[in-house]
Design a protein around this ligand. Structure first.
Ligand SMILES: [Zn+2]
Length: 420
């Protein structure tokens, strides 16, 4: 079992879930800086820490996981990701809230708790309906934005200890929401024990996280970065929760982040919720895709190398033809891709991002400058490389005007392609 929190010791004990020794590489992306540590021009002459981005698969439970990481306290001390800057993500959150209120019969006597509530992008919709809500968010600067919107938020890391404190204060949840947090948890078993403690006997937990099946099938290796400690299949996540007395009774496959799962969990003693046929169906598809077989995981790395070679071949050809390239977006996944492939301002002049928290900074490692999206109008590049490829529809609509001067969109994943 995982033993300690906030340092590299967690992994030297073995698999984050089952404790087995980790001997098999899933993919090794080399040394990379922390994906969300954007660099200011004042920091340019400083050293920049790089950490191994070496992912292992556990031969016993098939949990795909990072061996080394920087402490969560360091990662989240000044976090640059504000969920509310993506329209697509806000609509996703709003639809979820409407569904949850209806399906679970939530009203002003219910209590919703969201773990990693970010800037209140989701809880704002519960609050607007008069449903009591509490956010838990470790990044103080992001939590402050939520508090200003009137969403009660505690600046803390969630785990067993915090759950016990909440229960002692009389807080238990009818619905616990955790979107894109499970992968970020270093001390997985402690976190899951906390969820179980926080849940009312007939309550429901829903968690969303990127689906390992999509990461493998769609070649989304750029979603691997130091903040993502674990990569889950349904097969493995079900085992993790069952070990802590929680039953996975439903699952949805969502298009978010290139393919995510939303799992529904209840207390194992709560017999009021039947297991959905969707769970049985997905279990079978994962097995058919080889997710219960070590060799499937071990063959992944070669595809990643091939993707790098093809992307570099495209960029080299474009530059030889005198074409200009800029990036769109400064997401964490872009930083993995650019660092792994060694793409700096020799290929990409700059990138742009809608978040004012990123504008004026440079990407970690590659030091590609981040500007306001209007810069694209001024420089009229031939190609716009879309780094947050999961938002390609939103971005091609917003930036469609590049076609006026013959500009074209390029998507790097699953393989480099120029959009028609
Ligand atoms: Zn394991």
């Amino acid at each position: 079992m995982a033993t300690s929190f906030g340092s590299k010791q967690v992994m030297t004990g073995g698999c984050r879930f089952c404790g087995a020794r980790l001997r098999h590489t899933f993919v090794d992306l080399g040394m990379s800086p922390l994906a969300n540590t954007y660099v200011t021009s004042a920091q340019l002459n400083h050293m920049e820490p790089f950490y191994p981005l070496h992912v292992y698969v556990c031969e016993r439970c098939f949990l795909v996981q990072l061996e080394e990481f920087a402490s969560p306290e360091h990662i989240f001390s000044d976090y640059a990701y504000f969920a509310s800057y993506s329209d697509t993500w806000l609509r996703h959150a709003q639809r979820y809230v409407e569904m949850a209120i209806e399906r679970f019969g939530l009203d002003n006597h219910s209590h919703v708790v969201e773990i990693a509530s970010n800037d209140g992008y989701l809880l704002q919709y519960f609050v607007a309906k008069g449903i009591p809500a509490l956010g838990i968010e470790p990044a103080a600067n992001v939590a402050e934005t939520a508090i200003q919107k009137g969403i009660p938020t505690r600046v803390e890391f969630f785990g067993e200890g915090m759950a016990q404190c909440l229960v002692a204060e009389g807080v238990q949840a009818d619905l616990v929401v955790g979107n894109n947090v499970l992968a970020h948890v270093p001390k997985l078993n402690d976190f899951v024990r906390g969820l179980k403690i926080l849940l009312k006997p007939h309550g429901v937990i829903t968690l969303e996280f990127p689906h390992l099946l999509c990461l493998m099938a769609e070649n989304q290796f750029d979603t691997i970065y130091h903040e993502h400690f674990s990569y889950f299949s349904l097969t493995t996540v079900e085992k993790v929760f069952a070990a802590h007395g929680l039953t996975l009774f439903d699952v949805e496959e969502l298009p978010t982040h290139g393919g995510s799962l939303r799992i529904y969990l209840s207390d194992a003693e709560d017999t009021s919720k039947a297991v959905s046929p969707r769970v049985i169906d997905l279990r079978a598809r994962e097995e058919a895709a080889g997710l219960r077989c070590l060799e499937s995981y071990r063959s992944y790395a070669e595809r990643v190398k091939e993707t790098k070679r093809k992307l570099l071949a495209f960029l080299i050809t474009a530059k030889c033809e005198g074409k200009s390239l800029v990036g769109y977006g400064a997401p964490a996944k872009g930083n993995t891709l650019l660092n792994y492939c060694g793409i700096r301002t020799d290929f990409i002049d700059y990138t742009v991002d809608r978040s004012p928290h990123k504008q004026g900074h440079l990407l970690p490692g590659t030091h590609i400058p981040i500007y306001h999206p209007d810069t694209v109008k001024e420089t009229m590049p031939d190609y716009l490389l879309i780094l947050p490829w999961n938002l390609v529809d939103e971005i091609t609509e917003q930036m469609g005007y590049i076609r006026e001067w013959g500009g074209q969109f390029v998507v790097p994943i699953p393989e480099v392609r120029v959009l028609p």
